[in-house]
Unconditional design. Sequence first.
Length: 343
Amino acid sequence: MKFLDQAKIFLQSGDGGSGATSFRREKFIEFGGPDGGNGGRGGDVIIESVANLNTLIDYRYQQHFKAEIGHHGMGANRSGHDGAPVILRVPAGTEILAEDNETVILDLQKPGEHHVMLKGGDGGFGNAYFKTATNRAPRRSLPGWPGAERWIWLRLKLIADVGLVGLPNAGKSTFLAATSRARPKIADYPFTTLKPQLGVVHVHNKEFVVADLPGLIEGASEGVGLGHRFLGHVERCSAILHLVDATHEDVVGAWRTLRDELKAYGGGLAEKPEILALNKSDAVTPEEMDKKRKALKRAAKREPMIMSGVSGAGVPVVLDALLKIIEAARPAPEPAEAEAESP
């Protein structure tokens, strides 16, 4: 399935059906009177967040969504049927923005959220509605009210517990493949990851979701390289795993480059809990690794972890540290849920 995290679509709710002008005319019934029914209500446009979906590809090839119009009223006091609604199913974590692509209208963070984006128009009254004691045979009926229409943007921010960030070729995809069943593309050239990849990691009979993001370079916040658009998927993460390539000549410069891009993006990314790890420990000598570790510790003012996604050295320690941050950030279960989970 192709990945798409942004789409612009057009929505239109249904117009209301027109009321009917009709009179009852039957043999042997002297005073039939008006019997025009009301029109049906136009269909709504509804947006619903669902689980087990992580792309907006359904909205790549269809951009216009229109609900059914209300059916017209008929004689014999028959009201028209309401128009069928159109229901748009989007992944949990999708933001609904106005046409300017900046104003957030809705933020669907949990599966099962159900919102009416546009209401259908009301149906018009038939002439039976206007019958009064002084106006026994009205010939008046009303058309239905028009529905609403608007353009909106859908922007997906993946629901993940950990965001993998780093410069190109830092070993993010290798780490994801080594710790989960995900099979991202791995190669020895930059930008092998062109779209976010998700993987479920199991640690101590517990699990959390890791998002591997395309590599960032200097100037990404200004659109250089793949830009910073994928950093929006880190906004909902509980922790960031910042991988620094130990084979890089200037590990401090590599760390500072990415930290500057996180600060330039905003969204609170620079303040999120972060695990700093020197990756590819199996590709450098112990003396060189120790030298780079000390230099990175002085710059970051914290001890970086040492690991290798290929050999697996140090990976369990990194996963344990991530799990502690995730469990601390997760909300406490409700009493009913806690009782259900207890044996």
